[in-house]
Design a protein around this ligand. Structure first.
Ligand SMILES: [Zn+2]
Length: 434
């Protein structure tokens, strides 16, 4: 055998080993077991499995009685040990994949244990920070209410108009409120705008598509139900008035470059191209949700940087809605001032989850610091009751994703490159800095 051929043979062997390293039997079994465990938790908690488009065979025959919560947490702990036993690798993809599975499984075990406690005692003791760390792999910052009182005072001074603060806000909101009969046309235009901006910067599978539905009586304002095969169902809750900037927010957050884009990229880049089956299931109460919500919120300014958003609202959306475009900037100025209040919602949720305030007090505080009426505040508290510490994923998640992208990028092109990579990787909060 000639030396050259020998080298080729060794090269081929190494290549085979490399391919094998990515789809090792261990990983294949781990992925299947992980998917099955997530689906098993879903038998106990109807909102837990947010999306699943993997093999039907893993779902078939799963019965609640075969998967008591104690068995799920025990199997979850064993699977964490198995993942940890996979030989360490210098390949970053493998490192991220292992870390993802360990963190996601840790959250799964915690959630299964919480569900078991709740089944025994609906008033079981909860702790917001503990839930944030265990489920979302991060400890959110804490603020004192006095900080938000100062923001409210600044808003009161800064917002022009007649009457008290809420009256002035109400008058301004009416100028940017989308009439119900115009919702569909405005949302479709907003989605199209977000999609065009995103597809100029990153590729998506050719067949990707979405449908929009208008719904009522939900604890959220919008939701993306990812169906697999690059298809999403986006639902918009029309219980409350919707103002022009929300059309852009929801178009980007639920669609492009938000949830629809993230899911479609995970499916095409990780599930289809690499065979990483574990990404075909999305457990809601897991570290992945911080990346999902954080990137969806940060994605709004990625698609519409600087004053591009105001231009789009003024030139396209407000005329479509039959609104006077001159109020776009005024309302945005108000939103910029109000943005500093966003973390107040986390404090209310923390106090309420920890049991240090009543439901009535939570609604009252939420109304005060989110500058909304009691009905809207009650909707938010319903969200907290259903999703707990999940609320941190929106503001704290956005800040973490923003810091990650901007610390590593100088130009818009670099920002998109890092952001696109994030949407195609199994990163969780604690592997953001890797
Ligand atoms: Zn979301």
């Amino acid at each position: 055998m000639k030396l050259k051929n020998k080298c080729t043979l060794i090269g081929l062997l190494m290549l085979a080993l490399q391919v094998n390293a990515e789809s090792t039997p261990e990983f294949y079994d781990i992925s299947e077991n992980y998917v099955q465990l997530v689906l098993a938790v879903g038998l106990h908690d109807p909102v837990y499995v947010d999306a699943y488009y993997g093999p039907e065979t893993l779902k078939e025959g799963l019965k609640k009685q075969d998967w008591p919560l104690a068995k799920i947490s025990e199997q979850g702990k064993l699977l964490i040990k198995t993942v940890k036993s996979v030989p360490s690798s210098t390949d970053k993809d493998i490192q991220l994949r292992k870390h993802y599975l360990i963190k996601q499984l840790g959250a799964l075990v915690f959630h299964a244990e919480q569900l078991a406690k709740k089944a025994n005692n609906p008033n079981y003791e909860r702790n917001f920070n503990q839930e944030a760390v265990a489920l979302y792999d991060t400890l959110p910052p804490t603020y004192d209410y006095s900080y938000f009182d100062q923001v409210l005072a600044n808003l009161d001074t800064g917002l022009e108009g007649e009457g008290d603060l809420l009256t002035r806000i109400d008058a301004l909101q009416k100028k940017v409120q989308i009439p119900k009969e115009k919702l569909d046309i405005v949302f479709k235009a907003a989605m199209q705008g977000c999609r065009e901006k995103t597809l100029k910067k990153m590729s998506l599978p050719e067949n990707e598509s979405f449908t929009i539905e208008y719904v009522n009586d939900k604890a959220w304002s919008g939701y993306n139900w990812y169906q697999g095969n690059s298809i999403s169902l986006i639902q918009i809750n029309t219980d409350f008035p919707i103002y022009i900037p929300r059309a852009v927010d929801l178009g980007c957050h639920e669609g492009y470059p938000g949830h629809h884009t993230y899911n479609a990229r995970l499916e095409s880049e990780l599930v289809n191209k690499k065979g990483w089956l574990e990404l075909s299931v999305y457990p809601l109460f897991s570290p992945q949700s911080l990346i999902a919500e954080g990137s969806a919120n940060y994605g709004i300014a990625m698609a519409f940087p600087g004053n591009k958003r105001i231009e789009f609202e003024r030139n396209k959306l407000m005329p479509l809605a039959g609104l006077d475009p001159k109020y776009a900037q005024k309302y945005q100025d108000y939103l910029d001032l109000r943005a500093k209040l966003s973390y107040a919602g986390n404090e209310v949720a923390r106090d309420y989850i920890n049991g240090s305030i009543t439901r009535e007090q939570a609604i009252e505080l939420q109304a005060k610091y989110a500058l909304v009426d009691a009905a809207k505040a009650e909707q938010r508290i319903r969200f907290v009751e259903k999703y707990g510490a999940y609320v941190i994923n929106y503001n704290w998640g956005k800040d973490l994703v923003k810091d990650y992208v901007e610390a590593n990028a100088q130009t818009e092109k670099e920002r998109w490159a890092i952001f696109t990579d994030l949407l195609s990787s199994p990163r969780v909060p604690s592997s953001l800095s890797w």
